[in-house]
Ligand binder design. Structure first.
Ligand code: F6P
Length: 322
């Protein structure tokens, strides 16, 4: 009789809401096919420490709606070295893993590619609130983060409007402006500062001045963390325009909370697809979302994918700010 397939699963890099829903989908699909699943704790670090537990269908009960990751996560510097990569692959072989599912962002996928180079079968699932993975039009956690920021902006707008102030809200996104663009558009921002399309302070103050002249008593500027310096920007707005401004850095509250239904849906489909691929002997792939469909892409191709910056969303924000 053929031995049961053995799958490893880990979450790595920054956590993202919906990671638990992926773990659940992986475990439940694997159990459905009679496979065994091993949860590696704290990302690649757990491989080095041997911090690994078998996961049953019951272990993933009641987690679909929880943010964070039950497997915990870490940014593992050892995986940046040739020696560390070889050692991690060795542990996978000792565990007799038929495949490893890596849930995370670009950095996590680099680790997965190195495992593949050492003969470990891998599947990647894109999960980051930054949406900064060029291989996929969706990354798990993004929708929840956008909704969290939208909610925060509503609250900031209340106080800001009462005081007739300008709000400068800084959002995460690492070096990418996707989160800022979505939050700017859905929050009704007058201006959005992103690394892909940097603008100077003069442009920002001129825009605020125009809006004030039209009778707008509240102004919202969204700043991506890749631009940063939002508190200084608000001080500069006060100095140049003589109006009150306040900077708010939303920080890590954007990474937590109950995943939205959209995130749970992507997470469940992607987790399920990863296990189906392994069952069919299709490995060294990433589950991506493209043109409205989930599909498998070669992991090297995925890491080298390039998405052009699309100016349209920024232009739309400007039209909406009239
Ligand atoms: O990648 C997700 C993210 O939240 C980025 O937006 C941010 O730059 C980074 O992680 C923060 O990382 P850490 O939690 O390690 O400070």
């Amino acid at each position: 009789m053929k031995e049961q397939l053995r799958i490893g699963v880990l979450t790595s890099g920054g956590d993202a809401p919906g990671m638990n829903a992926v773990i659940r989908a992986v475990v439940r699909t694997a159990v459905h096919h009679g496979m065994r699943v091993y949860g590696i704790k704290t990302g690649y670090e757990g491989l080095f420490k041997g911090d690994i537990d078998e996961l049953t269908a019951d272990d993933v009960s009641g987690i679909i709606h929880h943010g964070g990751t039950i497997l915990r996560t870490a940014r593992c510097t050892e995986m940046h070295t040739e020696e560390g990569q070889a050692r991690a692959a060795e542990v996978c072989k000792v565990l007799r893993l038929d495949a490893m599912i890596v849930i995370g962002g670009d950095g996590s996928f680099k680790g997965a590619v190195s495992l593949a180079k050492h003969g470990v079968n891998v599947i990647g699932i894109p999960a980051t609130i930054d949406l900064d993975m060029d291989c996929s039009e969706y990354t798990i956690g993004f929708d929840t983060a956008v909704n969290t920021v939208a909610d925060a902006i509503v609250r900031i707008r209340d106080t800001s409007t009462s005081h007739e102030r300008c709000s400068v809200v800084e959002v995460m996104g690492r070096n990418a402006g996707y989160l800022a663009l979505w939050c700017g558009l859905t929050g009704g921002a007058e201006e959005v500062l992103i690394p892909e399309n940097p603008i100077d302070v003069k442009t920002v103050t001129e825009q605020i001045l125009k809006n004030r002249a039209k009778g707008k008593r509240h102004n919202l500027v969204v700043v991506a963390e890749g631009i940063g310096d939002s508190v200084n920007l608000s001080k500069e707005i006060e100095r140049v325009l003589g109006i009150e401004a306040r900077g708010t850095i939303l920080g890590h509250l954007q990474r937590g909370g109950t995943p939205t239904a959209v995130d749970r849906m992507h997470a469940t489909v992607m987790g399920h697809m990863a296990v189906e691929a392994i069952k069919n002997g299709t490995v060294n792939k990433v589950v991506v979302y493209k043109d409205g469909k989930h599909e498998l892409m070669d992991i090297n191709e995925a890491l080298n994918a390039k998405r052009e910056y699309d100016q349209k969303m920024y232009d739309l924000i400007k039209i909406m700010a009239i």
